[in-house]
Design a protein around this ligand. Structure first.
Ligand SMILES: [Zn+2]
Length: 350
């Protein structure tokens, strides 16, 4: 993915491009006025969705067609490169094991152990090198690219985690416009999780507004490191809300909500306005129904989203919709707030 996506050789000369000595290309495609160039860009495929609305599954591939097109355009000529290079670096995505496997070309017969064991030495080693290589480009080789990066979607591997995780956490401080951070890590054993908890407690990332994290205890440190996060997405199940920590600025909560008995959102996220409830195991219908009743503890609540995660869930979605509507109507009236229930179909995403 990364090695194919990023035109590395040219990046080395990236800083020189601004002080070019030759005339820019002024004929043909490159002579188009900026308005037309932006019109062309508007037809690009959208950025990869972050957070993923599917359950945590790094074995799925991500959609790289947008970056592939931008990479081709950037390599077309100097004018295009100058105009479009920031689109190429606005998101760094290194989280899909399916993508990684495509790039583990040193061993074409690679039998990936990730799906069986939840860990694969070869792929995680590749990921580790890619993470370092791409962060090196935007922080050391061409530091002016650092301001382009808005989205980071990363699987932090077990390989060399004592080096990779601290370096990753440090590099995040060098990205002034990072708005969205999606982290995955190996949830088998707790080696990476422990390192994450240790390392992230030393940093503050003031600009991050959307945070997608596994629902593990280690993720809480990451959440605390991002004091201005408005939207929290749990990519997997099980994070404990118990404890003294409160996140009063969080307004939106999506993904897999924690166990029912750990759901203390009225204490930890009292100002939630938007909560997603999924029609999927482990949130099967009765549990989801109970979850909706618990939302009565959130006086600021404006939107309940019923997320359809499996095609056969239409019937239970209807029941949940009724329950959510009834709950919202019972909340105390607040002037200027109109409450609603959204039903979103995520079954077609893959
Ligand atoms: Zn593998």
């Amino acid at each position: 993915m990364g090695s194919k996506l990023r035109p590395r050789k040219k990046q080395k000369t990236g800083s020189k491009l601004t002080s070019q000595t030759t005339e820019p290309n002024s004929t043909g495609f490159a002579s188009l006025p900026p308005e037309l160039l932006f019109e062309i860009i508007s037809y690009l495929p959208p950025r990869s969705p972050v957070p993923y609305h599917l359950p945590h599954d790094p074995t799925r591939g991500t959609n790289h067609s947008r970056q592939a097109i931008i990479r081709a355009l950037v390599q077309l000529c100097r004018s295009f490169r100058r105009s479009l290079i920031h689109y190429l670096w606005e998101e760094i995505i290194l989280c899909s094991f399916r993508d990684v496997r495509r790039n583990v070309t040193t061993d074409p017969n690679h039998t990936c152990a990730f799906e069986r064991r939840g860990s694969c030495y070869t792929c995680e080693r590749y990921l580790a090198f890619e993470i370092v290589a791409q962060l090196e480009v935007v922080t050391i080789r061409v530091p002016e690219y650092a301001a382009f990066v808005q989205v980071l979607s990363i699987f932090l591997p077990k390989y060399s985690e004592k080096t990779i995780v601290p370096e990753f956490a440090r590099c995040l401080t060098l990205l002034p416009n990072l708005k969205t951070l999606q982290l995955f890590y190996n949830t088998y054993g707790d080696i990476v999780e422990r390192t994450i908890a240790d390392v992230f407690s030393q940093y503050r990332y003031e600009n991050v507004q959307t945070l997608a994290i596994p629902g593990k205890a280690g993720s809480k440190t990451v959440l605390k490191a991002c004091p201005n996060v408005r939207h929290v997405h749990f990519a997997s199940y099980g994070m404990f809300f118990r404890g003294p920590d409160a996140f009063p600025d969080v307004e939106k909560l999506t993904g897999v909500l924690p166990h029912l008995y750990d759901l203390r959102i009225q204490d930890s996220m009292p100002n939630l306005k938007y909560v997603q409830v999924r029609t999927q195991k482990p949130l099967f219908a009765r549990l989801a129904y109970a979850r909706i009743q618990e939302l009565a503890q959130l006086p600021q609540l404006e939107v309940i989203e019923i997320a359809l995660m499996k095609p056969e869930a239409i019937k239970e979605a209807r029941e949940l919709y009724e329950a959510a509507l009834s709950l919202l109507s019972r909340l105390p009236k607040v002037s200027g707030i109109s409450r609603r229930v959204d039903v979103c179909d995520y079954t077609a995403q893959s």
